[in-house]
Write a protein that binds this ligand. Structure first.
Ligand code: AMP
Ligand code: ZN
Length: 472
């Protein structure tokens, strides 16, 4: 199975689904007050790579990714004293309703994911539509003594009430110091300890996007949305939780405290973080002024999937330093591969190369070593002893992991179902009509071993093929 670097364990660990063949994944999503830059998208790609690799191993992935459309969109230091957040500021700047701003950039986010070949999550809960869940969670944390109400009605989480606070980031409470201006203001209003954070903020009179609560009209803190939505949609066993490295602290540290205190146990089994994207040597960020959007890439005439290929050239947990020259190089490689794949498709079909298949799947499974996978593929491309038909099938298979749309220019499609799979699907459909569930489960496992994942829907069984079986 897949192994990944676990932030809490500080080691590469095997990802064993808590439910056989079914992995529950939560990914922190975008703050929708501006276009996602390609650095954000590099982080969103991480979960797509995890999903594709798991599916190759016959494991179905349930992915939930939140849309942050309310609340603290950055850590507290970036909020002004009135609790202004970036979405409201942007709404003012564009003279629009904050929800209109949020929906506009949310749509743009989905379009960008599509352009980068990142498959959609199973659910995209919006923070603004999950306020009740958050209120229930906050009430529970208050009842359990992990939270308290400050003087102005703001509800705080008590960091000291969670013994293992700091396990993700290594930041010990004793070493965290009160620092910034906002801290002093909050302490004056009834926050008891500088490392505590707001679960619910009391709103000033003129603030938009506020809700009623038992503690007065206000809005949720930033971290509580991810606890509430992940517990609601995935339950109290979450196999993998992803995000960019900057979310490790305070966002994930605080989220873990809230979630675990509610559930009374460790909920997330593996925290996985993607490193930052730099552009020409500096971290890509709006504040740095070096933001590149997918639309910028397209405007320069490059295929957006060239970005994806450029990202695959560096492992997710290494900083990647992107440049226009690199995007241009990736675009050239992508065009060459597509032309080659189309040419090879014209030749008689041959079985794919098991050794290359093994090499690529091993590289992905080894903590998403995508640079190694690309090396294997490049060496295979140049190997003149390999027949064209074999190259075609092997590249088409590899593309299920790479997601580069390599067969775009091909006249014929690669084999969609491996040999024998249709028979098994038919047998399984028959087993289900006679309510032979043991037989149907056995057939589902047999299909999974062929790389065909079956899902039962009200309209009958649906399948996705991850291609012919992976070696080993
Ligand atoms: P945001 O929309 O600001 O909440 O960010 C969405 C995701 O992008 C988060 O997981 C961040 O950690 C991540 N992120 C922000 N900046 C970068 C960057 N330069 N490179 C990679 N990921 C980033
Ligand atoms: Zn989050």
């Amino acid at each position: 199975m897949l192994r990944l670097m676990d932030t809490r364990a500080r080691a590469v660990e095997e990802i064993v689904p808590s439910t056989p063949r079914f992995l529950r994944v939560y990914a922190c999503g975008p703050t929708v007050y501006r276009y996602a830059h390609v650095g954000n998208l590099r982080t969103f790609l991480l979960t797509d790579l995890i999903r594709r690799t798991c599916e190759m191993h016959g494991v179905q992935v349930q992915l939930v990714q939140n849309i942050t459309d309310v609340g603290h969109l950055q850590d507290d230091t970036n909020l002004d004293a009135d609790g202004e957040d970036k979405l409201l500021a942007q709404a003012r700047a564009e003279n629009k309703d904050p929800f209109a701003i949020a929906r506009f950039y949310e749509d743009a986010f989905h379009r960008d994911l599509g352009l980068l070949g990142i498959r959609p999550a199973d659910a995209y809960p919006r923070a603004s539509e999950c306020i009740d869940l958050m209120l229930r969670l906050i009430a529970d944390l208050l009842a359990k003594g992990h939270a308290y109400v400050g003087g102005d009605g703001t509800v705080y989480f008590s960091a000291e009430s969670f013994a293992s606070y700091g396990a993700l980031s290594g930041n010990k409470l004793s070493e965290l110091r009160a620092g910034h201006r906002a801290d002093a203001a909050e302490l004056a209003k009834g926050k008891r300890f500088h490392a505590d954070w707001a679960l619910w903020k009391r709103a000033g009179e003129h603030r938009e996007m506020t809700w009623d609560s038992p503690w007065g009209r206000g809005f949720p803190g930033w971290h509580i949305e991810c606890s509430a939505m992940s517990l609601d949609l995935l339950g109290d066993v979450i196999d993998v939780h992803t995000g960019g490295i900057d979310l490790r602290f305070p966002h994930h540290e605080d989220e873990r405290a809230q979630t675990d205190c509610y559930a009374g146990k460790e909920v997330v089994r593996h925290w996985v973080h993607g490193e930052h994207l730099l552009f020409e040597g500096r971290k890509m960020a709006k504040s740095t002024g070096n933001v590149v959007l997918v639309s910028d890439v397209v405007d320069r005439g490059y295929d957006p999937l060239a970005l994806r290929l450029a990202f695959l050239g560096t492992r997710y947990r290494q900083q990647a330093n992107l440049s226009w020259a690199e995007i241009a190089g990736a675009h050239k490689t992508l065009s060459r591969w597509r032309a080659s794949v189309a040419g090879w498709a014209e030749e008689p079909s041959k079985p794919m190369c098991a050794e290359v298949q093994q090499g690529i799947l091993d590289a992905f499974s080894d903590d998403l070593d995508t640079p190694r996978a690309l090396q294997v593929l490049r060496a295979f491309e140049k190997d003149e002893s390999m027949p064209a038909g074999c190259k075609f099938e092997t590249f088409a298979w590899a593309d299920r992991l790479l997601g580069l749309d390599l067969a775009r220019d091909v006249g014929r499609a690669p084999a969609a179902l491996p040999a024998g799979a249709q028979d098994l699907l038919d047998q399984r459909a028959a087993a289900r009509t006679t309510k032979d569930f043991a037989g149907s489960d056995r057939l589902r496992d047999e299909l999974a071993s062929l790389g065909v994942l079956v899902k039962d829907t009200p309209g009958g069984q649906e399948w996705t093929s991850t291609g012919p079986p992976g070696p080993g």
